[in-house]
Design a protein around this ligand. Structure first.
Ligand SMILES: Cc1ncc(COP(=O)(O)O)c(C=O)c1O
Length: 399
């Protein structure tokens, strides 16, 4: 060993081999559950990816793009044709016009879009308001940016929040609130009144709203998806995030985007450029085809998911779960107290190993282990045959 090597090794013993940030969060519980489901040959109702095919014409468009040698780096902030299609769809859904040259950034899925957006506006010590239970990425995202999170509790069964608690979470250090509607894991669809309360706080404290709208097309029971950017005074302080992952069943394609005011977009583009350079070029071409699918596609998508939701709700109730009926997205939070397990993690382990069904322990959506200790999350973005097999296995729980 050279002297240098000895010196380096000695340094490593004095210092943690990993950064403080990396030490502050664990690996994703959801993705870990997917690995366990594979290991035990369980039906995976943990991670939210469909097991049915994606639209044929979009796959064809991707093949065509590759055959046409669209193989090189795209413009960092996204292929022109894809940005145009996003802007057209956004106008149709919200009535808002977007300047695709100045107000849009295409990233690798909504995951990268979220972290690039936060990095673009957050300084160390800033605060970010997050609703709890939350999609698990937001915590690590905030840590990576050096932000502190403040939480506002959503209370079952309807996952409503207390306006006073919301107001108390905002202060002069608040930089942003993350609003995910339709919501993962609860299936909550924020009402116009609730969004107005959030918008009031953003205006009062001069904070941004970052919306995660990837389940926008999956809304049931007469609920309506409303983009926060459409509320008065919110267009100029909202970063609207969306992706191809959920509405077109392409979670592995990694194409998402942010719509934001031009100054913020400039900063998002810089972060995105140095994080990943760009999203997959041929898949952006295919993404434009996806975004131009007719309305009947979205109607059928929603009808099919509604049928899956109802199938799962009926089966889970029969197996002994108390379900919190979701009005959007493709997850069901269920209460497990009737099964007498000490906590959600032991229950989830039992389900995956002994019953053969993978779920996500509820506590991974809360800061403390106690709050979700009697809840688990099921996804229902699967073929009927997959759901039926899972329900058949879950019947063993009653025995
Ligand atoms: C609320 C929410 N946001 C973001 C993501 C990740 O999206 P993407 O695959 O576009 O990165 C998920 C995936 O489950 C999600 O549920």
């Amino acid at each position: 060993m050279s002297e240098n090597t000895i010196g380096f090794a000695a340094d490593l013993t004095r210092r943690s081999p990993i950064s403080q940030k990396a030490g502050k969060f664990t690996e994703s519980v959801i993705r870990e559950m997917t690995r366990l489901a594979q290991q035990y040959n369980a039906v995976n109702l943990a991670q939210g990816f469909p097991d049915f095919p994606a639209p044929e014409e979009v796959k064809e468009a991707a093949v065509k793009a590759i055959r046409a040698d669209i193989n090189q780096y795209e413009i960092t902030w996204g292929a022109k044709e894809f940005r145009r299609a996003v802007a057209d769809r956004f106008r149709q859904d919200t009535g808002l016009e977007v300047d695709t040259e100045r107000e849009m950034t295409v990233c690798c899925g909504s995951t990268e879009t979220m972290i690039a957006s936060l990095l673009a506006i957050i300084d160390a010590g800033d605060e970010v308001v997050v609703f709890e239970p939350f999609y698990e990425n937001y915590g690590p995202d905030a840590i990576i940016c050096g932000a502190t999170t403040r939480h506002v509790r959503l209370h079952p069964p309807d996952w409503t929040f207390e306006p006073q608690e919301l107001a108390a979470a905002f202060n002069d250090r608040t930089r942003a609130v993350i609003v995910n509607s339709p919501n993962n894991p609860t299936g909550k669809v924020f009402t116009r009144h609730e969004l107005e309360l959030i918008a009031d706080q953003c205006r009062r404290t001069n904070a941004y709203a970052i919306t995660d709208e990837i389940y926008q097309f999956l809304v049931y029971d007469g609920f309506q998806h409303i983009s926060l950017a459409t509320l008065p005074g919110m267009r100029e302080r909202t970063i609207t995030i969306n992706a191809m992952s959920k509405p077109y069943s392409f979670t592995g394609w990694r194409v998402g985007y942010a719509i934001a005011p031009s100054e913020v977009t400039n900063a998002i583009r810089k972060m995105h450029d140095f994080l990943t350079v760009g999203a997959a070029a041929p898949l952006q071409q295919a993404g434009a085809t996806a975004l131009r699918l007719p309305e009947t596609y979205y109607q059928k998508l929603c009808q099919d998911y509604l049928a899956r939701r109802d199938r799962m709700l009926a089966g889970l109730e029969k197996a002994g779960f108390r379900c919190f009926r979701p009005h959007g997205a493709y997850y069901i939070m269920a209460d497990i107290s009737s099964f007498g397990f000490p906590n959600d993690v032991e229950f989830a382990r039992y389900l995956v190993q002994e019953i053969g069904v993978g779920v996500v322990p509820g506590s991974s959506f809360y800061r403390d282990r106690v709050s979700g200790a009697q809840q688990v999350r099921f996804t229902f973005c699967k073929k009927d045959a997959t759901l039926d097999e899972a329900l058949r296995r879950l019947e063993k729980l009653r025995a």
